[in-house]
Ligand binder design. Structure first.
Ligand code: GLA
Length: 732
């Protein structure tokens, strides 16, 4: 890993063993791209890449009389001169002009990686990463902007963000401040996005890139289940096992824009950042605005390689604290078992049986506080309901602890029901526009987390309940999109700051609670996977992946999630049948076989199971305890896509390749077909593995494959609907 500055040619080369990222100061003084891809040799000068032919009808820089930004690749394109593509930023200056040209002032190269104030970001030691800061200045706008690039030693990754500073005497307005732009020299690529909605999150969609733009976005105030802030730009023939691809992952939990734009001259521009709609940041003299981070990864060996990069990077350089790389407790959550209809005895009866089965953590879901007996009331009143918990959270937690289990509970701190004491006392604490109606989502309003006093108040209430009891886990939910985004606390000019300030408020509460209670495992949730993003993983190392607990649907949801997020982050539980969301009945084995490839837990009352099923649950828990480290932190490969076939398969392999576990799932049986083979991946080709009492070479299993005869042949049908297998492989 190194960052080289070629003073003569004014070029930068950031590289590690896998990738090279080469830039230059362009003839007009802005920063341009020379190359991003597989590692190449360093050279003093690559300016032959800069295009100086002024094509007909193209505008050029007056000093050079030949350089046009439109015909060259930019690193952080500006508005108002010769680039007509989507600009990365825009500054409204006191005279109303939005034209800007930030030119090279200086740079710094150093070991390590700086934090971003108030925002989540990847982190690294001086041995693990190097950073380049390039500062550019616009003398008319009297501002600087600094581009940050960090290259990691062991990962094919560049992390980017930007800081703007007002060096003038008057306020300016940032009306767009994206985090990164990557211009590529051709557009023979496809765009892969992860889209969906509640209960069907992160389903991959692939589109051909050409001239014009493709984009995804969220303007809901959260990253959303509709579009995930992670995209892949890949060659058309790239699949899970081969080919070139770039990943763009936004370490942020609010509104975002991700866009790919091909121009008429073959240039592909990829941009990512806070959505510019409804964003205006007032920058007073001397103030700095820092954008969130975009983590850009590159692979030349397929999408499994790209995913593994994000898994490794996020497990080791994003997740923090006690739960970093720590196998997760097997939990039981009472939501689908009781909803809000419970008392202490009911909870304890679920807990006792769960303990008997080997469950380690009990999670008390929604309904324990205020007048919360249905979802019309109580949010905001974070005080135990004495009818349900006579000795409060402290009493229940010690009873659960006495059973030999840890205890945790559910909160939704950003919300308030109109029917709550908090709202009656502070109706001005919600996001609402004066004189207008406030839209409801699940009968609730959104607290104005852009205001410090609101965050302080919620912090105080939560600190008390958590501090009074013995709490090991918190599920932090967020169950509606933001509408009527207006804060009475800010003046007219500042209303464009509310969305981002809201997210900063959420992060600040997370930061305070995780500092105050460093041992607590946080799981983020937003009606399931509405806020499943890299920003959240900085505070909460796992996320409830979806409210859809149907194992067959979950195969797709977890498969899609695995493209950008580690298996250790995927909240996955076994729930009752018929499934509450889909009505489907899958065998208890399959429900567990899917949940093993996640954090694993139960979301049902185990008292309702037959003796035979209960024994199976005990065995599942024993299996998970034995293998969870490998399942959650091993090297994960997608093997067979449920989006392309009626089957699905995946495998996790230990770092030393001596152990592996694969899962095979039949979503739908097919009649009169040969069962075929399942090719495994990631094994040591020369090692002899034991599988079901037989011996196989790694290369045999990877290239010939596991014969599916036993696994999925059932007379005429290749597998039965919803039948699955999880198998372990071990080097003898
Ligand atoms: C959301 C969550 C669920 C559950 C309920 C409680 O829908 O995603 O898991 O916690 O809220 O109200």
């Amino acid at each position: 890993m190194n960052i080289i500055w070629h003073n003569q040619s004014k070029q930068y080369h950031l590289f590690n063993e896998k990738i090279s990222y080469i830039m230059c100061v362009t003839p007009v003084g802005e920063i341009g791209s020379i190359y991003f891809g597989k590692r190449i040799h360093d050279k003093d000068d690559m300016s032959y890449v800069i295009n100086r032919f002024a094509l007909p009808n193209v505008t050029v820089d007056p000093d050079t009389e030949s350089y046009s930004m439109e015909l060259n690749r930019q690193e952080y394109p500006s508005f108002g001169t010769t680039d007509f593509g989507t600009q990365a930023y825009e500054v409204e200056q006191p005279n109303g002009s939005r034209i800007s040209s930030f030119v090279y002032r200086n740079h710094r190269i150093y070991r390590g990686k700086p934090a971003i104030t108030g925002l989540p970001a990847t982190y690294a030691s001086e041995e693990e990463a190097m950073t380049l800061e390039i500062t550019l200045a616009d003398n008319f706008a009297k501002m600087t902007l600094t581009l940050f690039y960090t290259i990691f030693k062991d990962h094919p990754v560049i992390a980017r963000h930007v800081a703007f500073k007002n060096e003038g005497a008057s306020a300016v307005k940032l009306t767009r401040a994206l985090s990164a732009c990557v211009d590529l020299p051709d557009m023979d690529y496809e765009w892969m996005q992860f889209s969906g909605a509640w209960a069907r999150e992160r389903i991959p969609e692939v589109k051909k890139i050409s001239t014009g733009a493709l984009s995804i976005e969220s303007k809901r105030g959260t990253s959303s289940a509709n579009q995930n802030p992670f995209v892949i730009v890949k060659r058309p023939d790239t699949d899970d096992f081969m080919g070139e691809a770039f990943g763009f992952s936004f370490v942020y939990s609010g509104n975002f824009l991700a866009k790919a734009e091909g121009n008429s001259f073959g240039r592909l521009r990829v941009l990512m950042g806070i959505h510019p709609d409804r964003f205006t940041w007032v920058l007073n003299p001397g103030e700095i605005f820092e954008t969130p981070e975009v983590v850009i990864a590159m692979t030349d060996c397929g999408l499994n390689g790209l995913s593994q990069t994000y898994h490794e990077l996020y497990n080791n350089h994003l997740v923090r604290g006690k739960w970093k790389n720590t196998p997760r407790p097997i939990l039981i959550n009472n939501w689908e078992a009781t909803f809000m209809d419970f008392d202490e005895e009911k909870i304890l009866s679920i807990a006792r049986t769960a303990r008997e089965a080997g469950v380690e953590l009990f999670v008390l879901d929604d309904g324990w506080f205020g007048e919360r007996n249905d979802d019309y009331a109580g949010l905001g009143d974070w005080i135990e309901n004495p009818k349900k918990l006579p000795q409060g959270m402290a009493g229940l937690s010690s009873k659960i602890n006495a059973l030999g289990m840890k205890f945790g509970f559910w909160i939704e701190p950003e919300m308030v029901n109109p029917n709550s004491n908090l709202f009656r006392r502070h109706p001005e604490w919600v996001l609402a526009a004066p004189g207008r109606k406030s839209s409801l989502g699940r009968h609730q309003l959104v607290l104005d987390f852009s205001r410090e006093e609101v965050v302080d108040h919620i912090y105080g209430m939560l600190k008390k309940v958590i501090g009074d009891a013995k709490i090991s886990y918190i599920k932090w939910d967020m169950n509606r999109s933001l509408t009527e985004v207006f804060s009475p606390d800010l003046n007219a000019d500042e209303q464009g700051m509310v969305y981002h300030k809201y997210v900063l408020g959420v992060y600040s509460l997370y930061e305070r609670l995780t500092n105050e209670f460093p041992d607590i495992l946080f799981e983020s949730c937003s009606s399931g996977g509405n806020r499943y993003d890299a920003g959240m993983l900085y505070y909460a190392p796992q996320a409830w992946c979806s409210d859809n607990t149907d194992s067959i649907d979950r195969i797709r949801i977890q498969y899609g999630t695995s493209y950008g997020y580690p298996i250790s982050s995927i909240g996955a539980h076994v729930s009752a049948v018929p499934n509450q969301q889909t009505g489907r009945t899958a065998p208890i084995e399959t429900r567990a076989n899917v949940a093993y490839f996640g954090t694993f837990g139960y979301e049902l009352d185990l008292n309702t199971l037959s003796e035979e099923e209960f024994d199976k649950v005990k065995e599942q828990i024993r299996f998970m305890k034995e293998h969870r480290e490998l399942l959650q932190f091993g090297t994960f490969f997608r093997l067979r896509s449920p989006f392309e076939t009626d089957q699905a398969a995946w495998i996790v392999v230990s770092k030393d390749r001596k152990e592996a576990i694969f899962g095979f799932y039949c979503l739908r049986s097919n009649v009169n077909m040969m069962p075929g083979f399942l090719k495994l991946a990631g094994l040591d080709p020369d090692a002899l593995y034991e599988l079901d009492g037989e011996e196989y070479y790694g290369d045999e299993l990877m290239h010939m494959g596991v014969a599916l005869t036993d696994l999925c042949s059932d007379g005429l049908a290749t597998g039965k609907d919803f039948v699955s297998y999880v198998k372990t492989l071990k080097v003898k």
